[in-house]
Design a protein around this ligand. Structure first.
Ligand code: IMP
Ligand code: MG
Length: 477
């Protein structure tokens, strides 16, 4: 491993520079993870910290690993990781076959063979873990372990410094600081700080515009090995999880194109399961059109103007809301009440992400102009008595707030122990009656939306996404 020294020095220099910089924590961690991965000729790297509650371990940063991997959830059951969190260095030669390694299925899918994990030490205390992943089986050498340990110590110190710095900047006053006020170590989304090329940034904006989820350079594919050294690798620019598709953008220079074509061909030989497209600018507009987006495409469902929230976005949001509700209602047994019919997909998905025991009940009310009556009335009443219960109203969308206002009046007259509202969509711009909404999924513009339970004249409920109805069809209720 003699040849690796200059690479190690370079990586340590880069890591120390990043640690000493004023980069936000998210970028700092990613930059160090990238340096370490490259220096070790590895496939990827992850940094693990306890979550803000201190109860679980989660990925704070992943480099070179897929989206599935970084979102694989809480890591408590991973015995090796527990060992690292106790201060040991752990290497796993054959991770997919390792019985105790709870992510074994995931690493197999990811094409990871070996893993090296070191603790992040800060003043003798373990504050997190740093893992390196290789695609080939590797017995990690003493040098490699020492190198990774040094990187780990840099990360621990940099993390602590950055958190303190961010904390001081945010709390200029002298008020006492609670643990909850410490800046979180867990970045919300993995967005790059800079793109290698302006066309990539433009492509990312285009994807954002059409609500297609993306990850930038999420994975390195080794293309050629010489002994245990990686001679050539390929990192596609984007990965689009919803389409399970890698995208490599090309500038229009002919020599680059030939080189990239060769790399993509090689990648397809080595990983036939990987779905990758090489795109020039014209191509990517056509690609979007193929999936029903973009200037060349039309949404594939007649009557739908555009997609507002994709299925993936909705599912992720509902999961987050479920987790939050579970935390807030710990030790309680909430009663979830839905007003028929629009919330039935949301309620059904949401309850599956709530971990405290709960019950559900439904009511229905008449809508203006919907029946001949002159005032709103309850057409289906609750079956449970809500007195003394922790009631959570679940709504699909709050528009003017008039429906909710009526229902909340009715419910609070029965003296529940607590009464909160959880709505997937908030059309705030149209609000007439302002009501406190405890949980809000997405804010929506002043347009008529359908799908995921929401209807227009009884139709469109079964779309898996939420879209804007074509203006000619949509009219505000
Ligand atoms: P509000 O009383 O004005 O807040 O209206 C709430 C109800 O109107 C919701 O529960 C929906 O049934 C319906 N609604 C409001 N906006 C939309 C929309 O954009 N799409 C579908 N239904 C909507
Ligand atoms: Mg409704």
């Amino acid at each position: 491993m003699k040849g690796s020294s200059p690479r190690y020095y370079k990586a340590l220099r880069e890591a120390a520079k990043a640690a000493n910089s004023q980069l936000p924590l998210k970028k700092l961690l990613r930059s160090i993870a990238r340096s370490a991965t490259k220096a070790m000729g590895a496939a990827g790297c992850s940094i693990v910290f306890p979550d803000p509650g201190g109860k679980h371990l989660v990925y704070a940063s992943c480099y070179g690993l897929s989206d599935w991997y970084s979102r694989s959830g809480l890591l408590d059951e991973n015995q090796e990781l527990q060992q690292v969190m106790r201060g040991d260095t752990v290497s796993i030669l054959n991770a997919p076959q390792d019985l105790y390694f709870h992510n074994s299925v995931l690493v197999a899918r990811e094409g990871v063979a070996s893993i090296l994990g070191v603790p992040l030490m800060q003043r003798g205390k373990v504050v997190g873990a740093l893992n390196i992943y290789t695609r080939e089986r590797r017995e990690f050498s003493r040098r490699e372990k020492e190198f990774l340990t040094a990187i780990g110590n840099l990360i621990a110190t940099a993390t602590e410094n950055t958190r303190l710095y961010e904390l001081m900047a945010s709390l200029a006053s002298t008020k006492p600081v609670t643990a909850a006020e410490m800046p979180s170590l867990i970045p919300d989304v993995t967005r790059p700080s800079t793109f290698a090329h302006p066309s990539e940034e433009e492509f990312a904006r285009l994807l954002d515009f059409y609500r297609i989820e993306w990850l930038y350079e999420p994975r390195c594919f080794p293309l050629q090995w010489e002994e245990d050294r990686m001679e050539e690798m390929f990192t596609p620019d984007f990965y689009l999880p919803a389409l399970d598709l890698y995208v490599e953008l090309t500038t229009l220079k002919q020599d680059h194109l030939a080189e990239k074509n060769r790399k993509v061909r090689r990648l397809k030989e080595l990983h036939p399961e990987v779905n990758i497209k090489l795109l020039n600018k014209k191509d990517y507009l056509r690609l979007l059109a193929k999936y029903g987006y973009g200037p060349l495409g039309k949404a594939s469902v007649p009557g739908i103007d555009r997609i507002l929230f994709s299925e993936t976005q909705i599912q992720r949001k509902v999961r987050q809301m479920g987790r939050q509700i579970s935390r807030d209602y710990a030790g309680k047994q909430p009663l979830l009440i839905g007003i028929l019919k629009g919330m039935f997909y949301f309620m059904s998905d949401l309850t599956r992400h709530i971990t405290v025991p709960l019950s559900v009940d439904f009511m229905a009310i008449s809508y203006y102009a919907n029946d001949g009556s002159s005032a709103v009335r309850i057409t289906k009443d609750l079956e449970e008595d809500i007195t003394g219960k922790d009631v959570l109203m679940v709504e699909d969308i709050v528009d003017t707030g008039m429906t909710l206002n009526y229902v909340l009046d009715y419910l609070s007259a029965h003296n529940p122990a607590s009464l909160h509202v959880c709505t997937l969509l908030d059309k705030r711009v149209r609000r007439l009656i302002d009501l406190p909404l405890t949980y809000i999924g997405f804010e929506v513009p002043d347009e008529f939306v359908v799908g995921y339970g929401l209807d227009y004249q009884g139709k469109y409920r079964n779309l898996p996404f939420i879209g804007v109805l074509h203006p000619k069809l949509g009219k505000q209720k």
